[in-house]
Design a binder for this molecule. Structure first.
Ligand SMILES: [Zn+2]
Length: 268
């Protein structure tokens, strides 16, 4: 009976993501449970969603009328408040896995309104950002303060979660695994802004054997991604000598890669 149900689970309409079908109400009106980007769960009819009548839990129009009177929406405090909520409740947010995904929440008082947040935290001092005193604790007045980024990174150095190769570990564990110091890894990612890929695969800069008139160090360590690159270039017909020069290793390292004596396990 009736029109066949079109499954819109997973679709996005404005800020709403459809979670599940709730059933039919009234005269064949399908209702859907949706999650708003702000974290609230609402119910809406399929028609309203598809026609663009429901675009949020109501937070959009609330923000609009609120903006007119407060015009704070362009302030950094507002941006901070908004992105704090995003990384805790919106599973599509880039940083979600380090926050909401780890069970970190925003207290109800702050979820409810920016005004509450502003009242508790006050104006952000120049150059400072929001910091949780206990890095595993929630965003709430008792656990938050404004601090400089420097201070924050020092506190968090050991508590930064990094996802690489499908695994999430804390920075110091990764550093151990790839055999570099926590400080170096931290610097690569946060001071030099390398991509995670680069930070994990860069060779350390210290070249102990450089004293012997610039001779290449046959023991130079190659990273997996470099070996992959070398293998690809070898397949493309690149000469051993030229690869040795490019990657600053001895000819024998390259030929060992070529004949499979070393790095055999690395696949192109
Ligand atoms: Zn909302």
């Amino acid at each position: 009976m009736g029109a066949k149900l079109q499954d819109i689970t997973g679709n996005r309409y404005g800020r709403l993501t459809v979670i599940e079908h709730l059933g039919v109400r009234g005269r064949r009106v399908h209702y859907w449970k949706c999650q708003c980007d702000c974290g609230k769960i609402v119910e809406s009819s399929g028609d309203n969603l598809k026609r663009g009548k429901s675009k949020s839990c109501g937070c959009i129009s609330k923000e609009c009328s609120w903006n007119k009177t407060h015009s704070m929406s362009k302030t950094s405090e507002y941006t901070i408040w908004n992105s704090m909520k995003m990384r805790c409740v919106n599973s599509n947010s880039e940083a979600y896995s380090y926050y909401g995904g780890r069970g970190i929440k925003v207290c109800q008082r702050w979820m409810d309104s920016f005004e509450n947040f502003y009242e508790d935290m006050g104006k952000r001092p120049d150059g400072m950002s929001i910091d949780r005193i206990d890095v595993n604790g929630d965003y709430c007045p008792e656990n938050c303060r404004w601090t400089t980024n420097e201070e924050q990174s020092r506190n968090k150095r050991d508590n930064v979660y990094i996802e690489y190769d499908g695994k999430t570990k804390i920075l110091s564990d990764w550093a151990k695994e790839i055999n570099i110091s926590v400080q170096s890894l931290y610097k690569r990612i946060y001071d030099y802004n390398y991509s995670i890929e680069e930070a994990f695969n860069l060779r350390p800069h210290h070249n102990k054997s450089q004293n012997s008139s610039g001779e290449k160090n046959p023991m130079s360590k190659l990273t997996i991604s470099e070996v992959k690159q070398i293998k690809k270039l070898l397949l493309g017909g690149e000469k051993i000598v030229s690869l040795a020069k490019q990657f600053n290793v001895s000819n024998s390292v390259i030929s060992n890669i070529k004949n499979g004596h070393r790095w055999k396990e690395v696949e192109v």
